[in-house]
Design a protein around this ligand. Structure first.
Ligand code: URA
Length: 217
């Protein structure tokens, strides 16, 4: 019977709905409101208490895209505000990027039990992430964690092989291309402190390019 299946069970329909809503958002406030009202991501009804969209500088030259909100983020309504977020902030500060980042995630609702978001959940949210990139116009993306890097870059290699090199994110219409640096997730770094060295190299690679003159003789 009609209505038995929620529209959100159809990924293609969810993506189409998200595209239309995202396209109509003229600024970040409108985009945030559109996301909060969007019912097409299945995560919305799996225990999340609110949409977690972004924090930071809306004119930032760097956009950081994490995987998805955790418990602290779900509670506070902002991305990367828990333990992993504090480590991320320390790295941002140490690299001289304070106030120069816009922070979001591939999905806007907390996955139950902090599991990795599925590609379907990411796909339903992707038009909003893309719209955020169009509105903020960052020079670079920092893709944090395998689930972010793999989804954003359409790659299937693991994060340990993707990290540390410049790849390119492209909008779905291919009109926009932004250089993207995949890196290790700070939650992983908290469990594997020996990996911090590589994440730090990635952060510095990005910061160095940001401060390099655009054209060199
Ligand atoms: N981990 C993420 O990937 N994103 C957050 O916002 C918090 C933790």
């Amino acid at each position: 019977a009609p209505g038995l299946l929620a529209p959100s069970t159809n990924v293609a329909q969810a993506v189409a709905d998200a595209r239309a809503l995202a396209a109509a958002a003229a600024d970040l406030d409108a985009l945030t409101a559109a996301i909060a009202a969007f019912d097409g991501c299945p995560l919305k009804t799996q225990g999340a208490t609110q949409a977690v969209v972004w924090r930071g500088n809306p004119d930032a030259p760097v956009m950081i895209v994490g995987e998805g909100p955790g418990a602290d983020e779900d509670r506070q309504g902002r991305p990367f505000v828990g333990k992993a977020g504090r480590l991320l902030d320390r790295m941002i500060d140490a690299a001289g990027l304070t106030g120069r980042v816009f922070i979001t995630n591939t999905v806007f609702w907390r996955p139950p039990g902090n599991r990795t978001p599925t590609v379907e959940e990411q796909a339903a949210c992707a038009p909003f992430v893309e719209r955020a990139i169009q509105l903020v116009k960052p020079r670079f993306l920092l893709l944090v964690g395998g689930a972010s890097a793999k989804f954003m870059l359409k790659q299937d290699q693991g994060i340990l092989s993707l990290r540390g090199r410049w790849l390119e994110w492209r909008s779905s219409d291919q009109a926009l291309a932004v250089p993207a640096m995949p890196t290790l997730h700070p939650a992983f770094l908290l469990r594997q402190p020996a990996a911090k060295k590589n994440a730090w190299i990635d952060m510095l690679t990005l910061a160095e390019r940001l401060d390099r003159p655009e054209r060199e003789p």
